[in-house]
Ligand binder design. Structure first.
Ligand code: FRU
Length: 486
């Protein structure tokens, strides 16, 4: 970005920011938080293990993607952000935007807790367009009181400055009447047949258990009044003690429910009966058995449904950063109604020259086929049980077992589909790796040891396996404009 635009944005951010937050008393809080992040940048930037083409904030800790939406030519990504440290705490909403889903521009922190209103944290939530066609965000306000759902609206089309609604809270626990909902949070708004709805997570037992998703309907066009319609989904597995970050949306001719049950994110595909109200699952599965969590979705102008996930990196505290966003994934349904997650086609824009390897057959052996810590790797493996085969990157084993059809990546197992052939895509980015099998039948986000370990990428077989169409690209860093954090 040229300097004049940057200073314009900065000035706009400051001016609008102070106007917006004058109303909510957050101006000083935002300025202080921005400074804390700026101060932390040199340390975070000096860690050679930090990923370079996965989105991440300028420094410090982040977790869930929030309020993801496409608006006026930009993909907006908000996220749970601790400006004050590289561990969880002081939740704000960080903000960035992208034109192409590859390069990102950091923007001023969007939401800070309004201490004067008893807010300690701005927890997760979602976005929707209001009756005037402009975005609104809903989030869980946490303070020294029960959780509440709050509404905020932007003061500019770049979504830089936000104003919290004077009508807050727009939803409180009282809306449930006698029903006791614990751990109530993470509103996700959606519109169906011209009516605005919202789901929130939580559970129905004081001691945990009966993870449940509650459904609400807006009672006015400006979405400041909501009515509880009932639990739209109660998790059939009673061992699931709680549900976080539910997303309920249409995909093709079905409805999809994503939820984060304090373990790997799950998906359910089925029908939604808004009258009962009940979500009726027909298929279900684990979205990603690896270290991703807390989904959100957005729909782009081409009509693609994009999945956003927090990618945990378990980074040591002294590094000044923690976590990335998993690469956005395009969601679709398979012929039998299972959820498919494919890496964005756009990511190939970061590929450098290709290195192609002639087909190789291995029998109880391994071979180095590439080297590097930022790679995009594709191959097809033909392997018949009882043989197994795979790839080793930075000490992590990616193993396909054809009989059950499992894909194992660094200790977790996904299901790629049984059969003698598997198509693999491996995206390695320093400390993290994402593995996709059979065009999104399995998707796994994992960490690898990015310290001094070997840089060789090896294919291996236990028994006999043939590796075909093997192509590897070195990946360029994604352009990340530091915006107000430079
Ligand atoms: C999920 C979650 C949400 C909550 C947020 C707080 O990771 O626990 O339920 O809103 O993170 O940061």
């Amino acid at each position: 970005m040229d300097l004049s635009r940057r200073s314009l944005l900065l000035a706009a951010g400051t001016a609008l920011g102070s106007k917006a937050v004058a109303a909510s008393g957050d101006a000083a809080a935002l300025a202080e938080a921005m400074k804390a992040v700026r101060d932390a940048v040199p340390k975070a930037a000096s860690d050679p293990a930090r990923p370079v083409y996965h989105f991440h904030p300028p420094a410090q800790w982040h977790n869930d993607p929030n309020g993801t939406l496409f608006y006026k030519g930009w993909h907006h990504l908000f996220y749970q952000f601790n400006p004050y440290g590289s561990e969880w705490g002081h939740m704000h909403w960080g903000h960035a935007r992208s034109r192409d889903l590859i390069g990102w521009e950091h923007l001023p922190i969007a939401l800070a807790p309004s201490k004067d209103k008893g807010e300690e944290h701005v927890f997760s939530g979602g976005a929707i367009l209001g009756p005037d066609g402009r975005p609104r965000v809903f989030y869980t306000s946490i303070g020294n009181r029960p959780p509440e759902q709050w509404l905020a609206e932007p003061l500019d089309d770049d979504l830089i400055a936000w104003k919290k609604s004077p009508a807050n809270p727009v939803l409180s626990l009282q809306s449930h009447g006698p029903l006791v909902v614990n751990e109530w949070r993470d509103p996700f708004p959606f519109r169906e047949a011209g009516v605005d709805y919202m789901v929130c997570g939580g559970n129905l037992r004081p001691s945990g258990g009966q993870g449940a998703v509650q459904l609400y309907r807006a009672e006015n066009a400006v979405m400041t009044a909501w009515k509880h319609l009932g639990p739209v989904f109660i998790h059939p597995d009673r061992a699931i003690w709680n549900i976080e970050c539910p997303n309920l949306f249409r995909l093709g001719n079905k409805w999809v429910l994503l939820l984060s049950p304090e373990g790997p994110t799950q998906y359910f595909v089925g029908e939604l009966d808004l009258k009962q109200p009940r979500f009726l699952p027909e298929r279900q599965g684990i979205l990603d058995p690896g270290k991703s969590y807390a989904s959100n979705i957005s729909v782009d102008p081409a009509g693609r449904t994009l999945l956003w996930l927090w990618g945990k990196t378990d980074t040591p505290r002294d590094k000044g950063w923690n976590s990335v966003m998993a690469l956005p994934r395009v969601l679709s349904l398979s012929d039998i109604g299972d959820l498919r997650q494919s890496p964005l086609a756009e990511i190939t824009g970061l590929r450098e020259a290709v290195r192609e390897t002639p087909d190789i057959t291995l029998a109880d052996g391994s071979r180095a086929v590439a080297s590097g810590d930022c790679l995009d790797f594709e191959c097809v493996i033909d392997v018949a049980a009882p043989a197994t085969a795979g790839i080793r990157v930075r000490g992590a084993e990616i193993l396909f077992d054809p009989k059950p059809g499992t894909l194992r990546v660094g200790g977790v197992t996904g299901f790629a589909g049984a059969g003698k052939r598997v198509k693999l895509r491996v995206l390695l980015d320093k400390r993290v790796v994402e593995v996709y099998a059979n065009d999104g039948a399995a998707a796994i986000f994992q960490t690898v040891d990015a310290s001094n370990g070997p840089l060789d990428v090896e294919i291996f077989a236990r028994g006999q396996a043939a590796f075909r169409s093997l192509r590897v690209w070195k990946m360029k860093p994604a352009p990340m404009d530091p915006g107000p954090f430079s």
